[in-house]
Ligand binder design. Structure first.
Ligand SMILES: Nc1ncnc2c1ncn2[C@@H]1O[C@H](COP(=O)(O)OP(=O)(O)OP(=O)(O)O)[C@@H](O)[C@H]1O
Ligand SMILES: [Mg+2]
Length: 675
């Protein structure tokens, strides 16, 4: 079912708020429709059962009216039968007077028939039609009972022949051509010629109680609207609804309407029509009461029908009452309308409430979603402000905590990364320095070995050359032409001895001979030796010596050699002249002692700095490249450090530092520092 799946998808993809509203709406509307249906049915039933019980009651009231009329006839007949003039008549046999008197009674009490018979039931006088007499009436059940000295009354079918005897006009009143209606049951024939009559009879007796005859009287019900109109007036009080009588009553002769106040469309009493098939079956065939809605002539009625029986118990007609259904339908519709309107209003109010509630529920979720989005995009400082105590509030709390933890974790991660980077850099630098030192130490070590060997081999021949040259010079006069050459040999040999000495120094073959020494003093001495040489090059030597510098244990000669090397280098770096400043400093109280040689010379290119202390590194044509290497070895041997910083074209500064105490382990000296 792709359509169904689509609609489900459609619902699933709605925002939460719409989903809530749609769900609630479905429930409200569903509930509304169900209660509307139930309400309608319940109300319908209540209203109509009310109407039905009223119509039942009305039918009983109608019977009372009917019965009253019958009782009235019976009373008139009974009282008339006891009248003096009737007894006189049987005594004297005079007729003229009697006919007039009976007819007066008949008219006074609105009877259609008032007839006197003799003791055998033969008609003596018909007050309405005196011309017809002598016929036998003893077969009539009511008359028969009067002849048996009872007063009897009841409803009876009177056939056409009998009606003709009582008066032709009565037969005409009883006559009906059937008016065809679609609902009526089939019935043979097309007309009704018999009549239906309320009839009573009473015995006429003399003073001794002897039966003289019988008097019977009756009212023909056909086209007689007295009873039905009385029912309408008494029972329904003549109430009207939209110009129509609410209550109606009808008397049927068998299934034929013979007296009614139901009007047809033309406003004429609807007599001559017949009862519906249903009612016919229930009332006439089965002899039961009938209740229910019925379409009578042109409108719907709530109706009740009861069979009318003759004195022998045979069903001969129907008594009907009906209430117009319209007022009840209108009442129901009005109530339903009000109910629906109120339900609609309730739905509207609920919807508004719903929208507010849904908004309240979904707003915090929206805030959370937004916050999640921000956090996902990397904003870990975002905090949600929901302070409800429900699940969403808890969720918001957890969310905030989670974000905070995430932020801390990320921060420490970044921090850690930075530290790591720094550490790596530091370690790399350390490693590089260590490696360079290693290389340098190795070079120094191998050079030391060579130097030691060479010095050992060369020292002895050099000594013998020096001694023999001295001996030869002593044996010559000063003007001896060989003396000059011998002097040159002596000088050059001395120079060689000096180099050998330097090499021995470098290889540390000679142990240090330390004594308490004033560093300032060594500076003064070295400066004095070099002063002339410097002044020739137009270089003053400026000394800034700290008097606080204490005396320390040093090998005087070696340290003087270091200072001399550094100062010569400085002088050689200033071919155009400049200033050499020597400064001493003491960092009290622990030291170290600092000696600084600053020149205003050419400076050292950056790439040369790492190679400066390597043996044989030189940029000079006559240089050996051993000066700094040797100085480095000496300073280190004493436990000190030597550092350099330089700027091309501006000058160079060498800094030598001596700790007060010589470290016990000399193999762990400070590293060379380059700035
Ligand atoms: N003060 C300085 N100014 C500029 N360059 C310097 C300075 N001191 C040393 N140097 C550089 O360092 C190199 C090595 O110096 P080192 O004293 O070891 O040997 P040298 O001076 O070249 O030779 P030697 O000392 O044997 O005469 C020099 O050739 C020079 O290039
Ligand atoms: Mg030098």
């Amino acid at each position: 079912m792709p359509a169904r799946r689509n609609s489900r998808r459609w619902f699933h993809d709605r925002p939460l708020r719409q989903k809530l509203i749609l769900s609630f709406l479905a429930v409200i509307l569903g509930g509304g429709v169900v209660s509307l249906i139930l309400g309608t049915r319940l109300e319908h039933r209540t209203i109509f059962s009310l109407a039905e019980s009223k119509v039942r009651h009305d039918l009983d009231s109608a019977w009372t009216v009917y019965q009253e009329r019958l009782n009235h006839i019976r009373d008139v007949v009974r009282l008339s039968a006891a009248r003096e003039f009737l007894l006189d008549h049987f005594g004297s046999g005079r007729k003229d007077d009697l006919a007039a008197k009976l007819d007066d009674i008949r008219k006074e009490f609105t009877l259609d028939v008032l007839t006197l018979t003799d003791a055998s039931g033969r008609v003596l006088l018909r007050s309405r039609n005196p011309a017809v007499a002598g016929d036998e009436q003893s077969a009539d059940p009511i008359v028969r009972r009067a002849l048996a000295r009872e007063v009897a009354a009841g409803t009876q079918i009177v056939d056409k022949a009998e009606l003709m005897k009582e008066g032709q006009d009565l037969a005409e009143r009883a006559f009906f051509e059937f008016i065809p209606t679609p609902m009526a049951a089939e019935r043979p024939g097309e007309r009704e010629e018999n009549g239906m009559m309320l009839k009573a009879a009473a015995p006429v007796t003399d003073a001794g109680g002897r039966l003289l005859g019988a008097l019977y009287g009756g009212v023909l019900l056909n086209r007689n609207f007295e009873i039905v109109d009385r029912v309408k007036d008494v029972v329904f009080k003549g109430e009207k609804y939209k110009d129509k009588d609410i209550g109606t009553a009808t008397i049927f002769q068998r299934d034929l309407r013979i007296a009614t106040n139901v009007l047809d469309d033309a406003g004429v009493r609807a007599i001559g029509t017949r009862v519906s098939r249903d009612v016919n079956q229930t009332v006439l065939v089965e002899g039961n009461r009938y209740f229910g809605r019925a379409f009578v002539v042109s409108h719907w009625y709530i109706t009740a029908y009861d069979p009318i029986r003759d004195p022998d118990g045979r069903i001969i007609g129907i008594l009907y009452v009906g209430m117009l259904e319209r007022p009840y339908v209108d009442l129901r519709n009005r109530v339903m309308g009000t109910f629906t309107l109120m339900a609609g209003l309730a739905v509207v109010v609920l919807l508004i409430l719903l929208a507010v509630i849904a908004a309240n529920i979904t707003r915090p979720i929206g805030v959370l979603v937004e916050a999640t989005d921000k956090v996902a995009r990397g904003d870990l400082t975002h905090q949600v402000e929901i302070e409800t105590g429900d699940e969403i509030g808890l969720l918001a709390g957890s969310f905030n905590q989670m974000t905070e933890e995430l932020r801390q974790a990320s921060e420490s991660l970044t921090q850690w990364g930075r530290t790591l980077e720094k550490r790596v850099e530091e370690r790399t630098a350390e490693l590089r320095a260590t490696q360079e030192n290693l290389v340098r130490s190795e070079k120094l070590a191998s050079l030391g070995k060579i130097a030691a060997g060479v010095a050992h081999e060369i020292n002895n021949p050099l000594t013998s050359i020096v001694i023999n040259t001295a001996l030869l010079l002593e044996a010559r006069r000063p003007d001896d032409p060989d003396a000059e050459a011998l002097n040159m040999i002596a000088d050059e040999t001395n120079r060689c001895a000096q180099i050998v000495k330097q090499l021995l120094e470098f290889s540390r073959q000679r142990p240090a001979q330390e004594s308490l020494t004033d560093v300032n003093e060594i500076i003064e001495r070295t400066a004095q030796i070099l002063e002339k040489q410097a002044l020739v090059r137009n270089i003053p030597i400026v000394k800034a010596l700290d008097k606080a510098v204490p005396t320390i244990m040093l090998d005087k000669n070696k340290i003087q050699q270091v200072f001399s090397n550094l100062m010569i280098n400085a002088i050689e770096a200033m071919p155009e002249g400049g200033t050499l400043t020597v400064t001493t400093r003491f960092d009290a109280p622990a030291g170290p002692i600092e000696v600084e040689f600053a020149d205003t010379g050419v400076g050292i290119p950056r790439e040369n700095l790492p190679k400066l202390f390597d043996p044989f590194f030189t940029t000079k044509t006559m240089g050996t490249g051993l000066g700094l290497a040797v100085s480095y070895g000496i300073v280190r041997q004493r436990g000190g450090t030597i550092a350099v910083r330089s700027e091309i074209g501006r000058g160079t500064v060498f800094t030598v530092k001596f700790p007060l105490e010589e470290p016990a382990d000399e193999k762990n000296p400070e590293e060379v520092q380059y700035d």
